[in-house]
Write a protein that binds this ligand. Structure first.
Ligand code: ATP
Ligand code: MG
Length: 302
């Protein structure tokens, strides 16, 4: 097993924020990832997607995972979900080794994954019914979850009748309806426009405040990670390893207006540095493709 990742100490935390992190770390550990590695056997040889990943999440914590494209974020979350098996290390949920998918983990992906032929309410009921709950009980609970995500009025609508943001709220309600211990979210707001995305982030924080749930949330968007997370796990690519674990010093409750505060800006600057280290900019990153001229050379409109 590798050493735990270094926790940042240069982002200055105010006293209340420091105390909040001390209290957080006294809570039960819900998820523990130990020495996790994944090597894919691809046609062109082996791909080491993840190597020596170690971290813990505490009860009711919201952890974001960021890292460059292809660094293994989705692979990691699929292993946590039990949809993929690791080649090294282990994942413990409430101290029990994860060996496959289970009701104790809910998932929300980027693409809309609702069943198009079922109403919103039936989509939310689906998991409960599959797990043996009676129709009445599943329906009563589904309506409660829909109330929580503000969609009671749309219980009998079909997914195609809802906007993208509303579809993702149903997907969250559906994941929570099974009362998982942990919610695993892989770029769930990645396909939404900026305004809807901002609203969904606020919704998620509101839901998280009202439900006893631990969240692992993958994103490409650094501001989204700072707005949502207690801690941010920064991965690096090839192989996917932990670069740093950052305690977000921005106080809660969070609001968009905090994006200009010194804490937010310092965190943002540090994440930028970690995600785009100057030494790792390659020729390929900066070389521009040749530009094809589509007008007559003499047709000068300037
Ligand atoms: N089934 C597979 N077989 C072979 N290689 C795979 C497989 N799945 C993922 N990989 C490789 O593992 C690495 C990590 O992929 P992954 O999709 O987890 O990255 P990611 O961080 O989620 O990327 P993105 O930010 O683009 O979503 C990549 O190099 C990818 O090509
Ligand atoms: Mg991915």
């Amino acid at each position: 097993m590798q050493n735990p990742p270094a926790v940042n100490s240069y982002l200055v935390q105010s006293e209340p924020v420091r105390e909040r992190f001390e209290r957080l770390k006294q809570r039960n550990v819900i998820l523990e990832v130990r020495g996790l590695g994944k090597t894919f056997a691809a046609q062109q040889g082996e791909v080491v997607a993840l190597k020596g990943i170690d971290f813990k999440t505490y009860r009711r914590e919201l952890v974001c995972i960021i890292g460059p494209s292809g660094c293994g974020k989705s692979t990691l979350i699929r292993i946590l979900a039990g949809l993929e098996t690791q080649t090294e290390g282990e994942v413990l949920l409430d101290g029990q080794r994860v060996t496959g998918p289970g009701r104790d983990r809910g998932m929300v992906f980027q693409g809309y994954t609702l069943f198009p032929w079922l109403t919103v309410k039936k989509n939310v009921m689906f998991g409960r019914r599959m797990n043996g709950a009676g129709r009445w009980e599943a329906e009563r609970d589904a309506l409660q979850w829909l109330d929580l995500v503000g969609l009671t009025k749309f219980a009998d609508a079909y997914p195609y009748q809802l906007s993208g943001g509303m579809n993702q709220r149903v997907a969250i309600a559906r994941a929570l309806a099974n009362q998982p211990r942990i919610l695993l979210m892989d770029e769930p707001f990645g396909a939404l426009d900026a305004q809807t995305r901002a609203k969904m982030q606020a919704y998620l924080l509101e839901i998280w405040k009202n439900v006893d749930i631990t969240i692992v949330f993958i994103t490409h968007d650094l501001d989204e990670a700072i707005f949502l997370a207690d801690r941010i796990l920064v991965l690096k690519a090839h192989p996917g390893e932990v670069r740093e674990l950052i305690e977000v010093p921005v106080p809660r409750p969070r609001s968009l207006s905090q994006s200009t505060t010194p804490e937010f800006r310092a965190t943002r600057a540090r994440l930028d540095e970690l995600i785009h280290p100057p030494s790792e900019v390659t020729e390929e990153d900066i070389a521009l493709p040749p530009i094809v001229r589509l007008t007559d050379v003499n047709d000068n409109v300037e």
